[in-house]
Design a protein around this ligand. Structure first.
Ligand SMILES: [Zn+2]
Length: 441
């Protein structure tokens, strides 16, 4: 019934979104050749739009020796300069397109957990609703279904009322991820039993906190799908969430700058890029594309933000492209789950910087350790802080992780382990690496 009302509402009030949704669903089944043509054309179109109407991009591209014709040529796209967060921060409003009415610019603020916050704009005309409708469809969830959220910000008063009216008759329950107390979890659990949501959308850390509390007393909150975001999902956390919510966990990749970049399908073999809306490239330190399966820096182009163009934008995350086609048959390329941030750096006394390969620490017995964090002191020594899935029963797994890290770092750097009851997070994100070691250079 709720699904029918939702469908009727969108047919009446959101005709454009409805059409965009239908096209997006078709795009998943394009041939590889058709998809590549769509993707390269859209990327070059955005680069040209940026060159033509954003003073920041005109400067950036002409400064690097690209003429208008060069920018328009799809084959040159991968050579266009990369845009960093620092460059956007410095450029301020000169990034904005002068060709788009400013009323389409929606302010979006990135978190400050990994550096200074950055103010960007989302495009009010972007088909954002159809983007999540499509991804929910991958998980067998309808946008009109009842849902639960563990989020950072809760709506209050009039805003909450407006939200409820807009979503009627679907019911949404919320838990504030910044204030997860035992009492708040109990209240959330009671509301959950009344609503029985079909989808939980949560920050990894928030969902982990709720699941840890419920697992203590052997309770479950069954649902159809759990979608997590905003931090790397460690294998032990995934196992915990799947046992408490009795449902598959779908990792998603999204940010304040670019919503809905990629998400897992039911195959759980990497995250499909929403490839008709975004292009994801993996590049090396020189900004050149690397081969599939090689880890590098994630660079994203948003095809649907014309207000504040983000073309070859460096996210500050590390991942790799996966080779081959997915068993689900969707044509969109896949990336490995985001493994740490570029800022997650281990330093060695000789001056090496280790930014990749840390995911190898989770091999072996991933489910014995729920979560870990690598803390490096100013004398270069390293402590692996870990939360055991069952208290006191992960010493072997921790020792294996320590051996793997010792081999990776080398140079006689001391690696020890310590079991902790929890790992602190900032704004819903727990850092994988915290290093106080100086850069010898
Ligand atoms: Zn798939």
């Amino acid at each position: 019934m709720k699904r029918e009302i939702f469908d009727a509402k969108t047919r009446l009030l959101m005709r454009g979104d409805r059409r965009a949704f239908e096209t997006m669903v078709e795009n998943e089944r394009l041939s590889v050749r058709e998809f590549e043509a769509l993707s390269t054309t859209a990327a070059a179109r955005m680069a040209l739009h940026a060159y033509d109407s954003s003073p920041f991009y005109l400067d950036l591209y002409s400064g690097a020796g690209f003429s208008r014709e060069d920018v328009a040529e799809p084959r040159n796209f991968e050579r266009l300069p990369i845009v960093t967060k620092a460059a956007l921060r410095e450029a301020g409003d000169s990034v904005l397109s002068t060709a788009i009415p400013s009323k389409r610019a929606l302010v979006s603020q990135t978190g400050g957990s990994t550096g200074a916050p950055l103010r960007v704009r989302n495009d009010a005309a972007a088909p954002t609703a159809p983007m999540w409708w499509r991804i929910y469809r991958w998980w067998d969830v309808h946008p009109g279904d009842d849902m639960a959220f563990i989020y950072r910000r809760l709506r209050q008063g009039r805003e909450a009322l407006k939200y409820a009216v807009q979503w009627w008759p679907s019911r949404h329950i919320h838990l504030d991820a910044r204030a997860i107390t035992d009492e708040a979890i109990e209240d959330f659990t009671n509301r959950w039993s009344r609503v029985r949501p079909r989808l939980l959308v949560a920050y990894v850390e928030g969902a982990t906190a709720v699941a840890t509390h419920l697992a203590k007393s052997g309770r479950t909150l069954p649902t159809t799908a759990v979608s997590v975001t905003a931090a790397m999902l460690q294998p032990g956390q995934r196992a915990l969430l799947e046992s408490v919510f009795c449902a598959p966990v779908y990792d998603t990749y999204r940010s304040a700058e670019i919503p809905w970049i990629a998400a897992e399908c039911p195959q759980h073999e990497g995250l499909h890029v929403a490839g008709d809306q975004r292009m994801v490239e993996i590049v090396d330190d020189a900004g050149r594309r690397v081969e599939p399966d090689v880890e590098g820096s994630v660079v994203v182009t948003d095809f649907s933000n014309e207000v504040y163009p983000l073309v070859r934008y460096e996210m500050g995350d590390r991942s790799r492209l996966l080779n081959g086609a997915c068993g689900c048959g969707r044509v969109f390329p896949r990336i490995a789950p985001v493994q740490g941030r570029l800022a997650d750096v281990i330093r060695t006394p000789s001056g090496r910087r280790i930014t990749g390969g840390l995911s190898g620490l989770f091999l072996g017995d991933p489910e014995a350790i729920r979560q870990m964090q690598i803390v490096q002191a100013s004398d270069y020594s390293i402590v692996i802080r870990y939360v055991a899935t069952r208290k006191g029963e992960a010493t072997d797994a921790a020792a294996r992780a320590a051996r793997a890290l010792t081999a990776l770092v080398g140079e006689n750097v001391d690696v020890t382990t310590i079991e902790v009851s929890r790992i602190e997070s900032q704004a819903g994100k727990a850092r994988l690496v915290v290093s106080e070691a100086p850069d010898p250079h």
